[in-house]
Design a protein. Structure first.
Length: 156
């Protein structure tokens, strides 16, 4: 089935939810291009994005697990609230960038399909590099905040 140029022409098919419409070999969810009409729908879409990131991205799961371990260590070492907040913000920054990396990859793949383009490689590489820089910075911050109280507790 051909995708009509005007998305509004798909209106009669919306009652079914998902239509077998292909664009560059991919299935398209009807209404996916629409903006959320209300606040609960916005939160639902955001939750779907989080669920997709967690289910499909190994690195996202690793960052979530690592962030939880670091936060629990901070609580166990009795870090002050402001230091815990710094840990939470750095972990959140890594998770946000990981989701943006996933979105960038999806958009690039949607735009160019299975073709190779040097600009697509640059976009994907730069998005991945942003995650790497944030993850390394987050790790350094965690070490700076957790190692001194840990050494104190161990008697060094």
């Amino acid at each position: 089935m051909q995708v009509p140029e005007d998305p509004l022409s798909l209106r009669p098919l919306r009652q079914e939810g998902v239509v077998d419409v292909h664009r560059r070999g991919r299935r398209m969810r009807v209404g996916a291009w629409r903006v959320a009409g209300d606040l609960p729908a916005s939160f639902r879409y955001a939750a779907q994005g989080l669920a997709y990131g967690f289910a499909s991205q190994r690195n996202f799961r690793i960052h979530v697990f690592t962030g939880l371990v670091v936060f629990v260590m901070g609580l166990g070492l009795g870090l002050s609230t402001d230091r815990l907040a710094v840990l939470v913000l750095t972990v959140a920054a890594v998770l946000v960038l990981e989701l943006l990396n996933t979105a960038t990859e999806a958009v690039v793949d949607l735009a160019i399909g299975r073709q190779f383009h040097p600009l697509a490689r640059i976009a994907k590489d730069c998005a991945a590099a942003a995650v790497l820089v944030a993850a390394l910075s987050s790790m350094l911050i965690a070490l700076l905040l957790l190692v001194p109280p840990l050494l104190n507790r161990l008697g060094f």
